[in-house]
Write a protein that binds this ligand. Structure first.
Ligand code: SF4
Length: 304
């Protein structure tokens, strides 16, 4: 049994749509974030160290170099022949739209690329960016907008210094989906001050508004973050792996089958990860979620 027998995975979705295995290439093209440079806030989210979010991207190389290097490594490892350029590090809509268009098109011009996925904050997606994504989609490219929401609770978002609230997410999500741009929403399980009840309420609110894809992440504590200091002072305790598996399995069961899971866990590189140590073992967590769903005799969408 594999996870895709239980969950509508992004890999399976892309395989069906493009009739070839497609793999994402994580890119770091030198953006910053309005929550770091002062336009929204300073210091960034309390858990953010972008090195841990895009460990595969080699920011010393230009876009072409990063893609060429990643394609060789990924094809060797997975046999993938088609790729999706994933603008992952920092806020990938935080620039003039002409610059964004040049970057997105440069990625699309590389051989074997089927589209782009753009990761960003909900408060940083002006109409011109949505129009650009819409244009690219109408040209036949696979296009995804990935919105980091993390929690639907404004008090949690303040606690982790996100610098935006649920209302900005709602506004951007509705504007994107009104244009037919698919949205993948990122949610974090284990945020400070939250338990499983808040995770379920966040999921309810996201599902109620409508969404095309979801990413679930455990909150991990990485070096050089405020969360690391809070953890060292005993002010934050990460989830156990068993709790993460149980809560994510519950959320998967409650998610309608047509919604695509782009990810149900995340890892951090061992040189920056402080806690919990199970966050360095992606396959252990993925196997644990699959085993838990099998043990329950359930799957995605069985409790909607
Ligand atoms: S919005 Fe994203 S890039 Fe910006 S500080 Fe938060 S996690 Fe980091």
């Amino acid at each position: 049994m594999v996870l895709s027998d239980k969950i509508n995975t992004f890999g399976q979705h892309l395989l069906k749509r493009h009739r070839k295995r497609v793999h994402k290439i994580a890119l770091d093209v030198g953006f910053t974030c309005p929550n770091r440079d002062g336009s929204k806030g300073y210091g960034g989210c309390t858990f953010c160290n972008n090195v841990s979010f895009s460990p595969d991207a080699d920011s010393n190389l230009d876009l072409h170099g990063q893609m060429a290097k990643a394609k060789i490594a990924i094809s060797k490892r997975t046999g993938a022949k088609r790729f999706l350029a994933y603008f992952q590090a920092y806020t990938n809509t935080y620039a003039d739209v002409t610059l964004l268009e040049n970057l997105y098109r440069e990625a699309l011009l590389q051989p074997d690329i089927i589209g782009i996925s753009v990761g960003t904050r909900p408060d940083c997606v002006p109409i011109e960016v949505l129009e650009l994504l819409d244009t690219l989609q109408n040209e036949g490219w696979e296009v995804w907008l990935e919105l980091g929401l993390q929690s639907a609770f404004d008090e949690t978002l303040v606690r982790v210094n996100r610098g935006h609230g649920f209302s900005e997410y709602k506004e951007t999500l509705l504007a994107a989906r009104a244009r037919g741009i698919p949205v993948c929403t990122h949610l974090i399980i284990g945020l400070p001050g939250e338990g499983e009840e808040q995770c379920h309420t966040t999921l309810d609110k996201v599902l109620e508004l409508g969404v095309d894809g979801l990413k679930l992440h455990p909150l991990h504590v990485v070096k050089n973050t405020l969360l690391a200091y809070q953890w060292k002072r005993g002010e934050y305790s990460p989830l156990s792996m068993d709790d993460y598996i149980r809560i994510s399995a519950d959320m998967i069961e409650r998610t309608p089958e047509h919604i695509i899971f782009h990810r149900v866990t995340a890892t951090a590189a061992s040189d920056v990860l402080l806690a919990p140590d199970w966050c360095s073992k992606k396959w252990k967590v993925l196997n644990g979620i699959e085993r838990e769903l099998r043990r329950r005799g359930t799957r995605q969408g069985c409790r909607t």
